[in-house]
Design a protein around this ligand. Structure first.
Ligand SMILES: Cc1cc2nc3c(=O)[nH]c(=O)nc-3n(C[C@H](O)[C@H](O)[C@H](O)COP(=O)(O)OP(=O)(O)OC[C@H]3O[C@@H](n4cnc5c(N)ncnc54)[C@H](O)[C@@H]3O)c2cc1C
Length: 458
Protein backbone atom coordinates (compact mmCIF):
# COMPACT_ATOMS: atom_id res chain seq x y z
CA UNK A 1 0.00 0.00 0.00
CA UNK A 2 1.26 3.48 -0.83
CA UNK A 3 1.49 5.99 2.01
CA UNK A 4 1.76 9.77 1.78
CA UNK A 5 3.15 11.02 -1.58
CA UNK A 6 0.62 13.91 -1.42
CA UNK A 7 -2.17 11.38 -1.67
CA UNK A 8 -3.85 9.17 -4.22
CA UNK A 9 -5.43 11.91 -6.34
CA UNK A 10 -2.21 13.86 -6.87
CA UNK A 11 -0.26 10.67 -7.65
CA UNK A 12 -2.44 9.85 -10.68
CA UNK A 13 -0.16 9.79 -13.72
CA UNK A 14 -2.58 11.33 -16.25
CA UNK A 15 -3.20 14.75 -14.65
CA UNK A 16 -2.98 17.66 -17.05
CA UNK A 17 -1.28 20.58 -15.27
CA UNK A 18 -0.57 23.96 -16.85
CA UNK A 19 3.07 25.01 -16.63
CA UNK A 20 3.96 26.89 -13.47
CA UNK A 21 7.62 27.95 -13.60
CA UNK A 22 9.65 28.95 -10.56
CA UNK A 23 10.61 32.58 -9.93
CA UNK A 24 13.90 33.60 -11.58
CA UNK A 25 14.03 37.35 -10.94
CA UNK A 26 12.35 40.22 -9.10
CA UNK A 27 8.70 40.71 -10.03
CA UNK A 28 6.21 43.57 -9.74
CA UNK A 29 2.50 42.86 -9.90
CA UNK A 30 -0.88 44.37 -9.00
CA UNK A 31 -1.97 41.39 -6.90
CA UNK A 32 0.34 38.66 -5.59
CA UNK A 33 -1.39 35.61 -4.18
CA UNK A 34 0.49 33.34 -1.78
CA UNK A 35 -0.76 29.75 -1.88
CA UNK A 36 -1.63 27.74 -5.00
CA UNK A 37 -4.62 25.82 -3.65
CA UNK A 38 -8.29 26.32 -4.47
CA UNK A 39 -8.49 29.63 -2.56
CA UNK A 40 -5.46 31.18 -4.21
CA UNK A 41 -6.52 30.04 -7.68
CA UNK A 42 -10.19 31.06 -7.32
CA UNK A 43 -9.12 34.46 -5.98
CA UNK A 44 -6.80 34.96 -8.95
CA UNK A 45 -9.44 33.89 -11.45
CA UNK A 46 -12.12 36.08 -9.81
CA UNK A 47 -9.88 39.16 -9.91
CA UNK A 48 -9.35 38.66 -13.64
CA UNK A 49 -13.12 38.35 -14.15
CA UNK A 50 -13.68 41.68 -12.42
CA UNK A 51 -10.64 43.46 -13.87
CA UNK A 52 -8.99 41.75 -16.86
CA UNK A 53 -6.25 44.40 -16.86
CA UNK A 54 -5.03 43.67 -13.34
CA UNK A 55 -1.78 41.69 -13.27
CA UNK A 56 -2.16 38.68 -10.96
CA UNK A 57 0.48 36.12 -9.98
CA UNK A 58 0.00 33.03 -7.80
CA UNK A 59 3.03 31.89 -5.76
CA UNK A 60 2.93 28.28 -4.57
CA UNK A 61 5.66 26.98 -2.26
CA UNK A 62 5.58 23.43 -3.67
CA UNK A 63 3.37 22.46 -6.60
CA UNK A 64 -0.18 23.62 -7.34
CA UNK A 65 -2.69 21.64 -5.28
CA UNK A 66 0.00 20.47 -2.83
CA UNK A 67 -2.06 21.43 0.24
CA UNK A 68 -5.51 20.24 1.29
CA UNK A 69 -6.90 21.19 -2.13
CA UNK A 70 -5.22 18.28 -3.93
CA UNK A 71 -5.74 15.73 -1.14
CA UNK A 72 -9.26 16.17 0.18
CA UNK A 73 -12.31 13.91 0.09
CA UNK A 74 -13.73 15.64 -2.96
CA UNK A 75 -17.06 16.71 -1.51
CA UNK A 76 -18.27 19.81 -3.28
CA UNK A 77 -21.16 20.44 -0.96
CA UNK A 78 -23.59 23.08 0.25
CA UNK A 79 -23.19 22.00 3.88
CA UNK A 80 -23.03 24.96 6.28
CA UNK A 81 -19.51 26.42 6.46
CA UNK A 82 -18.66 27.69 9.95
CA UNK A 83 -21.07 28.16 12.82
CA UNK A 84 -24.25 30.08 12.07
CA UNK A 85 -24.40 31.46 15.62
CA UNK A 86 -20.88 32.91 15.26
CA UNK A 87 -21.36 34.34 11.77
CA UNK A 88 -24.72 35.91 12.70
CA UNK A 89 -22.82 38.19 15.12
CA UNK A 90 -21.08 39.80 12.17
CA UNK A 91 -22.07 41.94 9.19
CA UNK A 92 -25.56 41.19 7.93
CA UNK A 93 -26.60 39.27 11.06
CA UNK A 94 -29.02 36.37 10.60
CA UNK A 95 -30.13 37.56 7.17
CA UNK A 96 -26.50 37.61 6.06
CA UNK A 97 -26.04 33.98 7.16
CA UNK A 98 -29.21 32.87 5.35
CA UNK A 99 -28.14 34.74 2.18
CA UNK A 100 -24.69 33.15 2.33
CA UNK A 101 -26.24 29.67 2.62
CA UNK A 102 -28.30 30.34 -0.50
CA UNK A 103 -25.19 31.60 -2.28
CA UNK A 104 -23.31 28.46 -1.25
CA UNK A 105 -26.06 26.27 -2.64
CA UNK A 106 -25.72 27.91 -6.05
CA UNK A 107 -21.93 27.78 -5.80
CA UNK A 108 -21.68 23.99 -6.10
CA UNK A 109 -23.40 24.06 -9.50
CA UNK A 110 -21.39 27.06 -10.71
CA UNK A 111 -18.10 25.35 -9.86
CA UNK A 112 -19.03 22.23 -11.83
CA UNK A 113 -20.16 24.35 -14.81
CA UNK A 114 -16.92 26.33 -14.77
CA UNK A 115 -14.56 23.37 -14.37
CA UNK A 116 -16.46 20.77 -16.40
CA UNK A 117 -18.29 17.81 -14.86
CA UNK A 118 -16.43 15.23 -16.93
CA UNK A 119 -13.07 16.93 -16.50
CA UNK A 120 -13.24 16.83 -12.71
CA UNK A 121 -15.13 13.50 -12.52
CA UNK A 122 -18.09 15.19 -10.84
CA UNK A 123 -21.07 13.05 -9.82
CA UNK A 124 -24.12 14.66 -8.25
CA UNK A 125 -25.30 12.20 -5.61
CA UNK A 126 -26.11 14.66 -2.84
CA UNK A 127 -24.85 14.55 0.73
CA UNK A 128 -26.03 11.75 2.99
CA UNK A 129 -25.32 11.89 6.71
CA UNK A 130 -26.05 8.52 8.24
CA UNK A 131 -27.30 7.72 11.74
CA UNK A 132 -26.22 4.35 13.16
CA UNK A 133 -27.63 4.70 16.68
CA UNK A 134 -30.72 6.30 18.25
CA UNK A 135 -28.64 9.16 19.69
CA UNK A 136 -27.19 9.91 16.23
CA UNK A 137 -30.70 9.95 14.77
CA UNK A 138 -31.85 12.32 17.53
CA UNK A 139 -28.97 14.65 16.66
CA UNK A 140 -29.96 14.63 12.98
CA UNK A 141 -33.57 15.50 13.88
CA UNK A 142 -32.37 18.34 16.10
CA UNK A 143 -30.05 19.61 13.36
CA UNK A 144 -32.88 19.64 10.83
CA UNK A 145 -35.20 21.47 13.29
CA UNK A 146 -32.50 24.05 13.89
CA UNK A 147 -31.83 24.41 10.15
CA UNK A 148 -35.52 25.18 9.53
CA UNK A 149 -35.11 28.18 11.86
CA UNK A 150 -32.41 29.35 9.45
CA UNK A 151 -34.79 29.06 6.48
CA UNK A 152 -33.40 25.74 5.18
CA UNK A 153 -36.28 24.16 3.23
CA UNK A 154 -37.37 20.50 3.19
CA UNK A 155 -36.32 20.20 -0.46
CA UNK A 156 -32.77 21.21 0.55
CA UNK A 157 -32.43 19.06 3.66
CA UNK A 158 -34.61 16.23 4.86
CA UNK A 159 -34.69 13.23 7.16
CA UNK A 160 -34.61 9.74 5.62
CA UNK A 161 -35.91 6.55 7.18
CA UNK A 162 -33.58 3.59 7.77
CA UNK A 163 -34.98 1.93 4.61
CA UNK A 164 -34.50 5.04 2.46
CA UNK A 165 -30.97 5.39 3.74
CA UNK A 166 -29.97 1.78 3.13
CA UNK A 167 -31.53 1.89 -0.35
CA UNK A 168 -28.91 4.50 -1.13
CA UNK A 169 -25.94 2.87 0.64
CA UNK A 170 -26.23 -0.52 2.27
CA UNK A 171 -24.23 0.02 5.46
CA UNK A 172 -24.63 -1.89 8.71
CA UNK A 173 -26.68 -0.63 11.70
CA UNK A 174 -28.44 2.18 9.80
CA UNK A 175 -31.33 3.76 11.70
CA UNK A 176 -31.86 6.78 9.44
CA UNK A 177 -30.16 9.57 7.59
CA UNK A 178 -30.22 13.21 6.56
CA UNK A 179 -30.08 14.08 2.88
CA UNK A 180 -29.29 17.17 0.85
CA UNK A 181 -29.31 17.01 -2.95
CA UNK A 182 -26.73 19.80 -3.34
CA UNK A 183 -23.46 17.89 -3.30
CA UNK A 184 -21.15 16.53 -5.99
CA UNK A 185 -18.24 14.22 -5.42
CA UNK A 186 -15.23 15.24 -7.52
CA UNK A 187 -11.61 14.26 -8.10
CA UNK A 188 -9.72 16.90 -6.08
CA UNK A 189 -6.50 16.88 -8.12
CA UNK A 190 -8.39 17.12 -11.43
CA UNK A 191 -10.36 19.95 -9.89
CA UNK A 192 -7.24 21.96 -9.00
CA UNK A 193 -5.69 21.22 -12.41
CA UNK A 194 -8.83 22.36 -14.23
CA UNK A 195 -9.04 25.51 -12.13
CA UNK A 196 -5.37 26.27 -12.70
CA UNK A 197 -5.97 26.07 -16.46
CA UNK A 198 -9.04 28.29 -16.13
CA UNK A 199 -7.01 30.88 -14.20
CA UNK A 200 -4.11 30.68 -16.62
CA UNK A 201 -6.45 31.12 -19.60
CA UNK A 202 -7.88 34.21 -17.87
CA UNK A 203 -4.36 35.68 -17.79
CA UNK A 204 -3.15 34.67 -14.33
CA UNK A 205 0.57 33.82 -14.05
CA UNK A 206 1.31 30.72 -12.02
CA UNK A 207 4.53 30.11 -10.08
CA UNK A 208 5.53 26.89 -8.31
CA UNK A 209 8.47 26.06 -6.01
CA UNK A 210 7.92 29.68 -4.95
CA UNK A 211 7.85 29.85 -1.16
CA UNK A 212 7.04 33.35 0.09
CA UNK A 213 9.02 34.59 3.08
CA UNK A 214 9.43 37.96 4.83
CA UNK A 215 5.88 38.94 3.95
CA UNK A 216 5.17 42.59 4.71
CA UNK A 217 3.17 45.46 3.28
CA UNK A 218 3.81 45.65 -0.47
CA UNK A 219 6.57 43.06 -0.66
CA UNK A 220 7.85 39.55 0.09
CA UNK A 221 10.77 37.38 -0.94
CA UNK A 222 10.85 34.19 -3.03
CA UNK A 223 14.18 32.36 -3.20
CA UNK A 224 16.16 35.60 -2.90
CA UNK A 225 14.00 37.50 -5.39
CA UNK A 226 11.87 40.47 -4.34
CA UNK A 227 8.19 40.44 -5.23
CA UNK A 228 6.43 43.82 -5.06
CA UNK A 229 2.65 43.97 -5.12
CA UNK A 230 -0.17 46.48 -4.61
CA UNK A 231 -2.09 43.79 -2.76
CA UNK A 232 -0.86 40.56 -1.21
CA UNK A 233 -3.48 37.86 -0.68
CA UNK A 234 -2.47 35.15 1.81
CA UNK A 235 -4.29 31.91 1.05
CA UNK A 236 -2.20 29.40 2.96
CA UNK A 237 -4.95 27.82 5.15
CA UNK A 238 -3.50 25.04 7.36
CA UNK A 239 0.05 26.19 6.56
CA UNK A 240 -0.58 29.68 7.94
CA UNK A 241 0.69 28.66 11.38
CA UNK A 242 4.20 28.28 9.89
CA UNK A 243 4.38 32.06 9.30
CA UNK A 244 5.87 34.41 11.88
CA UNK A 245 3.24 35.82 14.29
CA UNK A 246 0.61 33.43 12.92
CA UNK A 247 1.34 30.40 15.09
CA UNK A 248 -1.88 30.65 17.06
CA UNK A 249 -4.11 32.10 14.35
CA UNK A 250 -5.06 28.98 12.40
CA UNK A 251 -4.84 25.48 13.87
CA UNK A 252 -3.49 22.93 11.35
CA UNK A 253 -5.75 19.93 11.97
CA UNK A 254 -4.91 16.58 10.37
CA UNK A 255 -7.39 14.67 8.33
CA UNK A 256 -6.44 11.26 6.99
CA UNK A 257 -7.80 9.23 4.11
CA UNK A 258 -7.57 5.73 2.76
CA UNK A 259 -8.64 4.57 -0.72
CA UNK A 260 -9.26 0.96 -1.70
CA UNK A 261 -8.33 -0.93 -4.82
CA UNK A 262 -11.30 -1.17 -7.25
CA UNK A 263 -14.09 -3.25 -5.71
CA UNK A 264 -15.64 -6.18 -7.61
CA UNK A 265 -18.90 -5.36 -9.49
CA UNK A 266 -20.76 -8.09 -7.54
CA UNK A 267 -19.80 -6.39 -4.29
CA UNK A 268 -20.94 -3.00 -5.61
CA UNK A 269 -24.36 -4.57 -6.24
CA UNK A 270 -24.59 -5.32 -2.53
CA UNK A 271 -23.27 -1.94 -1.43
CA UNK A 272 -25.42 0.21 -3.71
CA UNK A 273 -24.03 3.78 -3.57
CA UNK A 274 -24.74 4.04 -7.30
CA UNK A 275 -25.59 7.77 -7.13
CA UNK A 276 -22.19 8.59 -5.61
CA UNK A 277 -23.54 10.30 -2.49
CA UNK A 278 -20.99 11.92 -0.23
CA UNK A 279 -21.59 9.98 3.00
CA UNK A 280 -20.65 11.16 6.47
CA UNK A 281 -21.40 9.82 9.92
CA UNK A 282 -23.07 11.49 12.88
CA UNK A 283 -20.76 9.85 15.42
CA UNK A 284 -18.66 12.28 17.44
CA UNK A 285 -15.57 10.59 15.98
CA UNK A 286 -16.98 10.80 12.54
CA UNK A 287 -15.93 9.42 9.14
CA UNK A 288 -16.66 10.57 5.61
CA UNK A 289 -16.65 8.43 2.50
CA UNK A 290 -17.43 8.35 -1.19
CA UNK A 291 -17.07 6.07 -4.18
CA UNK A 292 -14.84 6.98 -7.13
CA UNK A 293 -15.65 6.76 -10.83
CA UNK A 294 -13.32 3.74 -11.16
CA UNK A 295 -15.08 1.73 -8.44
CA UNK A 296 -13.03 2.41 -5.31
CA UNK A 297 -14.12 3.72 -1.92
CA UNK A 298 -12.26 6.63 -0.35
CA UNK A 299 -12.83 7.04 3.36
CA UNK A 300 -11.54 9.67 5.76
CA UNK A 301 -11.45 10.56 9.42
CA UNK A 302 -9.39 12.46 11.93
CA UNK A 303 -6.77 9.89 13.03
CA UNK A 304 -4.30 11.83 15.16
CA UNK A 305 -6.06 15.19 15.01
CA UNK A 306 -3.29 17.51 16.06
CA UNK A 307 0.46 17.19 16.63
CA UNK A 308 2.38 19.17 19.21
CA UNK A 309 3.10 22.76 18.09
CA UNK A 310 1.12 22.17 14.91
CA UNK A 311 3.75 20.01 13.22
CA UNK A 312 2.62 17.79 10.37
CA UNK A 313 4.08 15.48 7.76
CA UNK A 314 4.26 17.52 4.55
CA UNK A 315 3.88 14.67 2.02
CA UNK A 316 1.10 13.31 4.27
CA UNK A 317 2.34 9.97 5.63
CA UNK A 318 -0.19 8.29 7.89
CA UNK A 319 0.67 6.30 11.04
CA UNK A 320 -0.23 2.62 11.30
CA UNK A 321 -2.85 3.19 13.99
CA UNK A 322 -4.81 5.61 11.81
CA UNK A 323 -4.65 3.27 8.81
CA UNK A 324 -5.96 0.42 10.98
CA UNK A 325 -8.78 2.63 12.28
CA UNK A 326 -9.87 3.63 8.76
CA UNK A 327 -9.71 0.01 7.58
CA UNK A 328 -11.72 -1.04 10.67
CA UNK A 329 -14.39 1.57 9.82
CA UNK A 330 -14.72 0.11 6.31
CA UNK A 331 -14.94 -3.44 7.71
CA UNK A 332 -17.58 -2.31 10.20
CA UNK A 333 -19.67 -0.60 7.49
CA UNK A 334 -19.38 -3.36 4.89
CA UNK A 335 -18.41 -6.60 6.71
CA UNK A 336 -19.31 -8.84 3.75
CA UNK A 337 -17.19 -7.03 1.20
CA UNK A 338 -13.52 -7.67 0.77
CA UNK A 339 -11.56 -4.45 0.31
CA UNK A 340 -7.85 -4.02 -0.25
CA UNK A 341 -6.30 -0.71 0.80
CA UNK A 342 -4.38 0.98 -2.03
CA UNK A 343 -3.15 4.30 -0.68
CA UNK A 344 -3.36 6.25 2.61
CA UNK A 345 -2.50 9.90 3.09
CA UNK A 346 -3.18 12.92 5.26
CA UNK A 347 -3.45 16.68 4.90
CA UNK A 348 -4.16 19.69 7.05
CA UNK A 349 -7.33 21.72 7.45
CA UNK A 350 -7.18 25.31 8.67
CA UNK A 351 -9.32 25.87 11.76
CA UNK A 352 -9.92 29.24 13.37
CA UNK A 353 -10.72 29.45 17.10
CA UNK A 354 -14.44 29.96 16.41
CA UNK A 355 -14.60 27.28 13.67
CA UNK A 356 -15.86 29.78 11.09
CA UNK A 357 -14.31 31.25 7.92
CA UNK A 358 -12.98 34.77 7.50
CA UNK A 359 -11.81 37.24 4.88
CA UNK A 360 -9.83 40.02 6.48
CA UNK A 361 -8.54 42.89 4.33
CA UNK A 362 -6.07 45.35 5.83
CA UNK A 363 -6.41 48.15 3.27
CA UNK A 364 -3.60 50.22 4.73
CA UNK A 365 -1.08 47.38 4.50
CA UNK A 366 -2.57 45.95 1.30
CA UNK A 367 -2.67 42.48 2.85
CA UNK A 368 -5.71 40.22 2.76
CA UNK A 369 -6.05 36.91 4.59
CA UNK A 370 -8.73 34.39 3.62
CA UNK A 371 -9.67 30.88 4.79
CA UNK A 372 -10.64 28.94 7.91
CA UNK A 373 -13.24 26.75 6.21
CA UNK A 374 -12.36 23.79 8.46
CA UNK A 375 -13.46 20.72 6.46
CA UNK A 376 -15.62 22.61 3.97
CA UNK A 377 -13.18 24.46 1.76
CA UNK A 378 -13.90 22.78 -1.57
CA UNK A 379 -16.97 24.98 -1.97
CA UNK A 380 -15.74 27.55 0.56
CA UNK A 381 -12.66 28.44 -1.47
CA UNK A 382 -14.82 29.46 -4.46
CA UNK A 383 -16.77 31.89 -2.27
CA UNK A 384 -13.74 33.01 -0.26
CA UNK A 385 -11.90 33.71 -3.51
CA UNK A 386 -14.74 35.82 -4.89
CA UNK A 387 -15.03 37.82 -1.69
CA UNK A 388 -11.27 38.37 -1.63
CA UNK A 389 -11.34 39.57 -5.25
CA UNK A 390 -14.12 42.06 -4.53
CA UNK A 391 -12.35 43.46 -1.48
CA UNK A 392 -9.04 43.82 -3.30
CA UNK A 393 -10.71 45.67 -6.17
CA UNK A 394 -13.04 47.68 -3.87
CA UNK A 395 -16.15 46.26 -5.53
CA UNK A 396 -19.04 45.76 -3.17
CA UNK A 397 -21.78 43.17 -3.60
CA UNK A 398 -23.76 41.05 -1.14
CA UNK A 399 -20.71 38.77 -1.01
CA UNK A 400 -18.24 41.41 0.14
CA UNK A 401 -20.80 42.49 2.76
CA UNK A 402 -21.27 38.89 3.91
CA UNK A 403 -20.65 37.59 7.46
CA UNK A 404 -17.39 36.04 6.27
CA UNK A 405 -15.83 39.50 6.02
CA UNK A 406 -14.48 39.94 9.53
CA UNK A 407 -11.20 40.21 11.41
CA UNK A 408 -9.35 37.20 12.77
CA UNK A 409 -11.27 35.84 15.79
CA UNK A 410 -9.41 35.19 19.05
CA UNK A 411 -6.25 33.10 18.83
CA UNK A 412 -5.81 29.47 19.87
CA UNK A 413 -4.45 28.71 23.31
CA UNK A 414 -0.64 28.51 23.61
CA UNK A 415 1.12 25.12 23.76
CA UNK A 416 0.96 22.73 25.51
CA UNK A 417 -2.69 23.65 26.22
CA UNK A 418 -3.63 23.50 22.54
CA UNK A 419 -2.12 20.05 22.08
CA UNK A 420 -3.55 18.65 25.31
CA UNK A 421 -6.95 20.19 24.57
CA UNK A 422 -7.24 19.04 20.95
CA UNK A 423 -6.19 15.45 21.65
CA UNK A 424 -8.14 15.15 24.91
CA UNK A 425 -11.27 16.31 23.09
CA UNK A 426 -11.00 13.58 20.49
CA UNK A 427 -10.41 11.03 23.26
CA UNK A 428 -13.60 12.23 24.96
CA UNK A 429 -15.54 12.03 21.68
CA UNK A 430 -14.45 8.38 21.38
CA UNK A 431 -15.74 7.60 24.89
CA UNK A 432 -18.99 9.42 24.16
CA UNK A 433 -19.58 7.30 21.04
CA UNK A 434 -18.94 4.07 22.97
CA UNK A 435 -21.20 5.18 25.81
CA UNK A 436 -24.04 6.11 23.46
CA UNK A 437 -23.76 2.80 21.62
CA UNK A 438 -23.86 0.93 24.93
CA UNK A 439 -26.90 2.89 26.25
CA UNK A 440 -28.71 2.85 22.89
CA UNK A 441 -31.44 5.19 24.21
CA UNK A 442 -31.32 8.25 21.93
CA UNK A 443 -29.54 10.54 24.39
CA UNK A 444 -26.35 12.37 23.45
CA UNK A 445 -23.67 11.80 26.05
CA UNK A 446 -23.03 14.75 28.38
CA UNK A 447 -19.32 14.13 27.73
CA UNK A 448 -19.74 15.10 24.08
CA UNK A 449 -21.85 18.14 24.93
CA UNK A 450 -19.21 19.38 27.36
CA UNK A 451 -16.45 18.69 24.82
CA UNK A 452 -18.36 20.71 22.18
CA UNK A 453 -18.71 23.62 24.60
CA UNK A 454 -15.03 23.41 25.50
CA UNK A 455 -14.06 23.40 21.82
CA UNK A 456 -16.62 26.20 21.27
CA UNK A 457 -18.30 24.16 18.55
CA UNK A 458 -21.66 23.85 20.28
C1 LIG B 1 -7.91 14.87 4.07
C2 LIG B 1 -8.80 16.08 3.83
C3 LIG B 1 -10.09 15.89 3.40
C4 LIG B 1 -10.92 17.00 3.15
N1 LIG B 1 -12.14 16.78 2.59
C5 LIG B 1 -12.88 17.85 2.21
C6 LIG B 1 -14.08 17.66 1.47
O1 LIG B 1 -14.43 16.53 1.09
N2 LIG B 1 -14.83 18.76 1.16
C7 LIG B 1 -14.45 20.01 1.54
O2 LIG B 1 -15.18 20.97 1.26
N3 LIG B 1 -13.27 20.22 2.17
C8 LIG B 1 -12.47 19.19 2.49
N4 LIG B 1 -11.28 19.39 3.08
C9 LIG B 1 -10.84 20.78 3.30
C10 LIG B 1 -10.42 21.43 1.98
O3 LIG B 1 -9.60 20.57 1.25
C11 LIG B 1 -9.71 22.75 2.28
O4 LIG B 1 -10.57 23.55 3.10
C12 LIG B 1 -9.39 23.53 1.03
O5 LIG B 1 -8.71 22.72 0.09
C13 LIG B 1 -8.53 24.73 1.39
O6 LIG B 1 -7.98 25.29 0.22
P1 LIG B 1 -6.89 26.40 0.34
O7 LIG B 1 -6.47 26.76 -1.03
O8 LIG B 1 -7.40 27.50 1.20
O9 LIG B 1 -5.70 25.73 1.15
P2 LIG B 1 -4.63 24.64 0.68
O10 LIG B 1 -5.16 23.76 -0.37
O11 LIG B 1 -4.09 24.00 1.91
O12 LIG B 1 -3.52 25.51 -0.03
C14 LIG B 1 -2.60 26.28 0.68
C15 LIG B 1 -1.33 26.29 -0.19
O13 LIG B 1 -0.44 27.28 0.30
C16 LIG B 1 0.87 26.83 0.04
N5 LIG B 1 1.76 27.61 0.90
C17 LIG B 1 1.86 27.56 2.25
N6 LIG B 1 2.79 28.44 2.69
C18 LIG B 1 3.26 29.07 1.58
C19 LIG B 1 4.24 30.10 1.37
N7 LIG B 1 4.90 30.64 2.40
N8 LIG B 1 4.49 30.52 0.11
C20 LIG B 1 3.80 29.99 -0.93
N9 LIG B 1 2.88 29.01 -0.80
C21 LIG B 1 2.61 28.56 0.44
C22 LIG B 1 0.80 25.35 0.40
O14 LIG B 1 1.86 24.62 -0.17
C23 LIG B 1 -0.57 24.97 -0.15
O15 LIG B 1 -0.49 24.45 -1.47
C24 LIG B 1 -10.43 18.31 3.36
C25 LIG B 1 -9.12 18.50 3.80
C26 LIG B 1 -8.30 17.40 4.04
C27 LIG B 1 -6.88 17.62 4.51
Amino acid sequence: MRNGEIGYWMAQPDLDWPTAPSVDGDESVDVAIIGGGLTGLWTAWAIKQLDPHASVHVYEAEQLGYGASGRNGGWLSSKQIGLRSVLANGAGGRAGVVAMNERQKRAVYEVVDLLGADTIHARRGGALQVARSPSELARLRAYIDKSRQWSVAEEDLRLLSAEETSERVNMTRLVGGMYSPHCFTVDPARMVASLARLARDAGVELRSSARATAIQSGTFMVEGHTIRAGWIVIATEGYTSLQPNQRRAMLPMNSSMLITEPIAPADWKRIGWSEHEGVSSTAHTYFYGRPTVDGRIAIGGRGTPYNFAGSFDRPGRVDGKTIEALQATLDDLFPDVSMTPAHAWSGVLGILRDWSPYVDADEEAGILRVGGYAGQGVTGAYLGGQIAAELVLSRRTELSDSPWVRPLPSKWEPEPLRWIGANALYGVYGWADRLERHRNDGRTSALATIADKFARRG
